[in-house]
Design a protein around this ligand. Structure first.
Ligand code: TYD
Ligand code: MG
Length: 455
């Protein structure tokens, strides 16, 4: 028999190479290729067309059962999930180290356990004593959570087999789990995939909500093994800046609900507190207008959130390459906006360093941010403060048009509620809301004229 071929699997993206290389050819990560268990070599006569069982087809319009959902007790958590925990589903939760994943899941487990559910929390990262200390700090040490420190999936599944299936099973984290059936160290793609597969199968067969904590790679995408994202029903990411108080729970994929709602939390001394009305959190609340600062009424699902966008422009004397740095927004999008401002409005950023920051550690994903970012950049460039009772929203095209965006009226109404009086947005839209004076801008040069001439 031929010797099984060696194969190497990238631990970051899961792609397979025949030879070891320092850099993965697919995702470009360095030192991520590791030898994987040899693949079964199929014989040429590989026939699957007989010998199986027949499966039943059903029409789509058959009355099906809607998944029952269980409230977690944290309304913001349920909101991000699209309405609570679905039994028999698998959720992957990613997030930077120290952002609060373990804290959040311990709080959710405690609530389920306190309300008649059975919650099992398996920690592969911390010793049982450490988890107990955290629970004490959160005031949850009385909650009847079934807690264990374990890393062997066989031990975990054997134990679960001897008891009633829990309502919720937390595995913190999937990268620490290992299966003795699979070669390789914990955290390698084959281990992570194999362990997740077994745990998900257990969850589906027993109607358990499984939550897998996953680590996040440097560039912020969920967990080395992208393969996991395909295996689970829901992918959530817990975001925020560790130095800031606010945390946002976002769902990136959801087989049972929408993906545009967020949950907002504040990290406090005794754990994560829910923030029911987040619209003001990301405003800095200063009195004096400052050049380079613009307020943007963002939409997160059905909720408006007002955020302050700050730009700083530093002219360089020497011919050094100017820096561009963006925190909380897309790098490529800022480069595009700078190019449009140069090409369509004749502004010159080429010898200047450009810094852009979204206040409060918030990450913007709403395309309507373009106009507010442009306003902040132009204001910083011309050193002209924008009126501090104004908000800005609209999408900018490569031609320099300001394009209409969704939810113009909700954005304005929330702004008016928070004391703003002027709105600048796309021309030809639905117009002003009560309490707001709205100015429609058709093209980016209109915005530039308005800011630079309006001293
Ligand atoms: P943790 O849940 O351990 O993060 P993760 O599991 O995502 O790595 O959160 C740890 C951080 O949260 C830690 O830096 C301290 C902070 N924290 C608080 O501020 N208040 C608290 O009540 C707790 C438990 C943690
Ligand atoms: Mg943790």
């Amino acid at each position: 028999m031929a010797k099984p071929k060696r194969r190497y699997v990238c631990q970051a993206c899961g792609s397979v190479a025949a030879r070891w290389q320092g850099q993965c050819a697919d995702c470009g990560e360095w030192n991520t290729l590791a030898e994987d268990a040899p693949k079964t070599v199929f014989s040429a006569k590989h026939d699957l067309s007989s010998g199986g069982r027949t499966i039943a087809f059903t029409p789509l319009d058959q009355p099906g059962e809607m998944p029952r959902r269980r409230a977690s007790g944290l309304a913001e958590f349920d909101r991000a999930l699209g309405g609570g925990l679905v039994p028999g589903s698998a959720i992957l939760m990613g997030g930077d180290p120290g952002i609060g994943k373990s804290t959040l899941l311990l709080q959710v487990s405690a609530h389920i356990a306190n309300h008649g559910g059975l919650a099992v929390y398996v920690s592969g990262e911390e010793a049982a004593g450490q988890v107990r200390l955290r629970a004490e700090r959160l005031g949850l040490s009385k909650a009847p959570i079934q807690m264990a420190a374990a890393t062997s999936v066989r031990d975990i599944l054997t134990t679960l087999g001897t008891m009633d299936p829990p309502s919720m099973l937390v595995i913190d984290s999937i990268q620490t789990m290992h299966s003795d059936q699979i070669e390789g160290a914990p955290g390698t793609v084959s281990q992570v995939r194999g362990c997740a597969f077994e745990l998900i199968r257990y969850a589906k067969e027993n109607g358990v909500t499984l939550i897998l904590v996953g680590h996040v790679t440097k560039d912020g995408t969920i967990a080395g093994p992208r393969v996991l994202e395909h295996m689970v029903d829901v992918v959530m990411s817990f975001e925020g800046e560790r130095s800031h108080q606010y945390r946002i729970l976002r769902s990136l994929k959801n087989r049972f609900g929408p993906v545009d709602e967020i949950g907002v939390f504040a990290m406090e001394g005794d754990g994560l507190a829910e923030v029911g009305n987040p619209s003001m959190l990301f405003l800095s609340g200063r009195e004096e207008p400052m050049a380079g600062s613009a307020v943007f009424p963002a939409m997160e699902g059905t909720r408006p959130v007002l955020v302050e966008i700050q730009a700083l422009i530093v002219r360089l004397q020497s011919g050094a390459t100017p820096r561009r740095a963006v925190v909380g927004w897309d790098n490529g999008r800022m480069a595009m906006l700078l190019a449009v401002l140069e090409a369509r409005c004749g502004l010159n950023f080429s010898s200047a360093e450009v810094y852009l920051n979204v206040a409060g550690g918030y990450r913007l994903s709403d395309p309507a941010a373009d106009l507010a970012v442009a306003a902040a950049l132009v204001s910083a460039l011309g050193d002209k403060p924008l009126s501090n009772n104004a908000v800005w929203f609209g999408e900018v095209s490569l031609a320099g048009e300001i394009r209409p965006v969704a939810h113009s009226s909700i954005r304005q109404r929330e702004s008016a509620k928070l004391g703003f009086e002027r709105g600048f947005g796309p021309a030809g839209g639905p117009g002003a809301e009560k309490g707001m004076k709205f100015t429609g801008l058709a093209m980016l040069p209109n915005l530039v004229d308005r800011i630079l001439s309006d001293a």
